[in-house]
Design a protein around this ligand. Structure first.
Ligand SMILES: NC(=O)c1ccc[n+]([C@@H]2O[C@H](COP(=O)([O-])OP(=O)(O)OC[C@H]3O[C@@H](n4cnc5c(N)ncnc54)[C@H](O)[C@@H]3O)[C@@H](O)[C@H]2O)c1
Length: 257
């Protein structure tokens, strides 16, 4: 899919990867770029720079997703590409309060269900549409010290895959973006794992280039860090060896419990 002339929505576009996607789509000639974020000020700043349209959305709230989709379609026409990119990250484990689990599930995963619930009937009714899900390498591998992030990103990958399988023959296309470290506010928030990833971290603009290539090729998995494919292979062919290696890495990072 080429984004030129298309109606595109990016959530979490007030900063980081989402902002870089919105800017890049605009440079690629997208017809309309909707910059959606819970932080309206951030979204407005990005939208003003690219002649886009700012929209306040709380992706964890179904009604807010529905309003976003309905208002964009009413004002700018059918949505061609919806980028479910908003996400949060923090460390946690099984002892974390339920609120932490629920918050992360809402923003990193249920948001995708809410968006799909309102987009899929529109897309299947008119022959298709494109969903880009920003998951993470944590959704394919595991993020040491971050149980909620790992689990919700795995759920995001699984749901993206399921949508692709289920509605592919109705014209719905799906790509799933799974980067490791990207130099955004999220990575700056720190932690030992963030420090580890900093060495190979990409800029958000570099990630946006991989996304444009992935969309052009209509590839499901977009891996800006090619080593993630090697780690996946290792994990798939020797799960016990891979878990042992992750245990050693955890110890080396001083994160053993
Ligand atoms: N930075 C990384 O290293 C990295 C790596 C892999 C995946 N990711 C994923 O990339 C996506 C973007 O993250 P980023 O690195 O650009 O971080 P970021 O913090 O710069 O951007 C996230 C954006 O999401 C918005 N947001 C948060 N909660 C929201 C909500 N409820 N509704 C709407 N918007 C909300 C924030 O206001 C912010 O603008 C996330 O899904 C993240 O998990 C990031």
């Amino acid at each position: 899919m080429r984004v030129a002339g298309k109606v595109v929505v990016v959530t979490g576009a007030g900063s980081g990867i989402g902002a870089a996607l919105a800017s890049r789509f605009s440079r690629e000639g997208a017809g309309t770029v909707v910059v959606a974020d819970i932080d309206l000020e951030g979204a407005t700043g990005v939208a003003d720079e690219i002649d886009g349209h700012a929209f306040r959305v709380d992706v964890a709230d179904e009604d807010s997703n529905r309003r976003l989709i309905e208002e964009v379609e009413a004002n700018f026409g059918p949505i061609d590409l919806f980028c479910a990119n908003a996400g949060i990250a923090f460390e946690g484990d099984e002892q974390s309060p339920d609120d932490d689990w629920d918050r992360m599930l809402g923003i990193n995963f249920k948001s995708h269900v809410f968006a799909a619930r309102h987009l899929i009937p529109l897309w299947t009714g008119r022959g298709g549409g494109y969903l880009l899900v920003t998951a993470s390498a944590a959704g394919l591998l595991s993020n040491i010290g971050a149980a909620q992030y790992t689990v919700t990103k795995h759920a995001a990958v699984a749901f993206a895959e399921w949508i692709s399988i289920t509605y592919g023959d109705r014209g719905v296309k799906v790509s799933c973006l799974c980067p490791q470290g990207v130099r955004t506010r999220m990575l700056e928030q720190g932690g030992a794992v963030a420090e580890l990833l900093a060495g190979t971290a990409l800029t958000a603009e570099e990630v946006a280039s991989f996304v444009v290539d992935g969309l052009n090729a209509e590839r499901f998995l977009i891996l800006p860090h090619p080593e993630v494919a090697d780690f996946m292979l290792r994990k798939a062919t020797d799960r016990d060896g891979w878990i042992a290696a992750m245990q050693r890495l955890q110890a080396r990072l001083g994160l053993s419990k």
